[in-house]
Design a protein around this ligand. Sequence first.
Ligand SMILES: N[C@@H](CCC(=O)N[C@@H](CS)C(=O)NCC(=O)O)C(=O)O
Length: 236
Amino acid sequence: MIFYERVGHEGRRPSPFSWRIRYALAHKNFREGADFEVRPVRFADVEMVRQLSGQQYTPLLSDAGHVVHDTWNIAAHLDKRFPDTHLLLGGTSGQGPVRMINSWADKALLATLRPLVLADFPAVLDAGDRAYFRQSREQALGVTLEEYCADRPVKRAAFAAVCAPLEFTLQQHAFIASDTPAYADYAVFSVFQMARLGSPNDVLPTSSVISDWRMRMVSLFGGLGDQFPGYPRTAI
Ligand SMILES: N[C@@H](CCC(=O)N[C@@H](CS)C(=O)NCC(=O)O)C(=O)O
C-alpha cells in the first residue's frame, strides 16, 4: 500500500486527516516500510493529487492500484479489505455512531479549533507552501488569518463548549470507543494533533480528562503521536 500525506517544514506532520489514517494503519498492525510506503505531498502539489485521485484533498491510500480518497472511505476500505484484523469502525451496527463522531470531529470540533490555530499554522508548513496556504485560506475566509484568529478568549470558550460531550464521555471510560481505542478516537484525536503540532498555544487546560486522554493517545503504538517534530521553538 502507498500512503500519500501532506508533509510540512522539515518533515512535520500537521495535517489532521493524515493522523486519522496513520493511527488506523497502526491499529491494523500495519508498519511503515514493511506494509505501507509513505509518499510525501506538499500543499501546493494540487495537480499531482488531482491526477492520482480526481480531487485535491489528501491523504490518499493506494492499495493494489486502487486509489481511495477521503479518510472515512479509507478507514472503511481498510476494514473491508482486512476484516480479520481489529475492526476500526465497529462492524455494521457500530458504523453509524462512529460516523456521527467523525462528522462531529469535522464539523464542530475542527470548525471551532481552526480560529485558534490557523494564524500559527504557516510556520509548520514547508516554506514553499506558506504563500499558497495563506492565499487560499484567506480567499475562502474573506479575512486575514490573523483577523480570523482574533478574540482568542471568545474562540476558546466556543471550543470548550463543543468539547463538553467529549469530556463527559471520557469521564466514563478511558477511550471514546470504550476501554480500548478505535476509529472514533483517531478521528477526534487528529484534531487535537493539529492543535498540538500546528500552534505553540495549548487549547486544553494542563489537567483535564481530555488532556489525559490526549496523552494516552499520543503514547499509543510506541508513541506514534510524537514521532515527528512539534511546533518550531524559534521563528522560521
Ligand atoms: N474530507 C477529507 C478532507 C481532507 C482534507 O481537508 N485534507 C487537507 C489536508 S489536512 C487537504 O488536502 N487540503 C488541501 C487543500 O485544502 O488545498 C478527508 O476526510 O480526507
